[in-house]
Design a protein around this ligand. Sequence first.
Ligand code: PAN
Ligand code: ZN
Length: 413
Amino acid sequence: MEVRLVIFDLDGVVVNTDEFHFMAWEQVLLNKWGICHTRGAEDLTKGIPRYTCMELLAKHYHIAATPQELHRTADEKNTVYQELLRTILSQQQIMPGIMETLQLLQEHNIPIALASSSHSAAFILEKLGLNFDFCVDPDSVTHGKPAPDIYLAAASHFGLPPEACVGVEDAASGIASIRAAGMFCVGIGMPALEGGADATVSSTDQLPGVFASLLGLPPFLNWFTGFSVALTFPSSLTTQTTTRRLSHMAGFFRDQATVKELLEQGIDPIIYEFHELAAPKHPGDVSFGLTTLYPGNIGEECFMTKGHFHQILETGEVYYTLQGSGLLLTEHTDGTVRWFPLVPGSATYAAKGFAHRMVNTGDKPLICFFAYRADAGHDYNTIGLSGLQKRVFRRGNRIEIESANVRAKGEIQ
Ligand code: PAN
Ligand code: ZN
């Protein structure tokens, strides 16, 4: 979709006012009836208009009071709440990830609107210095959430159809409101999962990632709190791409005459490319990505990756084959050689201490997902200088694996 407007709910999405609501109820319940308010009871009141909250709390705490008295108390709670907003509301109450999300949208010239049922919304935005392009007046709409009115009012202010808008909510009634409006719904927390939001996250700090993906930008990778990315191919998810052509690995193939001839003719095919997310190089982080090894051969030798040991030798690595067919050639520092088929759906484990190299024995690009400890490092020199013990050739319809030194006298290994 092309996102042209993003409409936010306020409480629990942009700003964390939960604590203020709790403190306000705590104060009036204690003053009036000597009741010690609990977090459990507070949970009953989330996202509900204050008079209904008061009725629920009266029932919960067995308060005997007239409807008028309850009504008055709810208003008193609101006065205390307003006072708390005036005195102690600060930017600390802005939800995590919100500033980054608003900045991302502003950088892409996407207007932002607020659709909150709270009469304090405009005051809160001003106090926090948040500039929204439009703030719907809750009194201007006939039906509150879960009716779609408030979200539709925001869209119509900008003259936009609902399909061009994204709504962001944390409460069930708000999610229902966005969905009834026919907008793309980004939901936060359990109500989002239950309410059928189009994209769900567990915390607002994941919103920059959601919007980056909606805007078709490279994903926002948070290595400290986690992230989710689409493993599509060809891939826009990658932040580091390496392309290796024949000229980058000329000495790796046995048939040096062919290598020379091709390069002299200006023929320098891409042998493989790999895309890797730039994981922090910490022992606990995991680096992962995709390698595409193209089909083909140099002379009779199948296209292959350079291959490497890891600088931290004690590193295992997982390859998962998505497409194509080939081999993973592995070789231990003690000389042990093992090779494994790479076929779609198979997971292959290159054990610690083994150098590993992909070889494409098929006629389609061989695409593998790989994952290994992020600080492992790569040692290309050992393989680069002495090669692996085995080489793989295509002869007619046959794939043959030979010791590297067969027919290799005088040739570079
Ligand atoms: C893979 C390889 C990738 C390219 O990510 O790095 O397939 O092969 P070379 O690194 O041998 O050129 C991997 O094994 N990483 O550790
Ligand atoms: Zn590796």
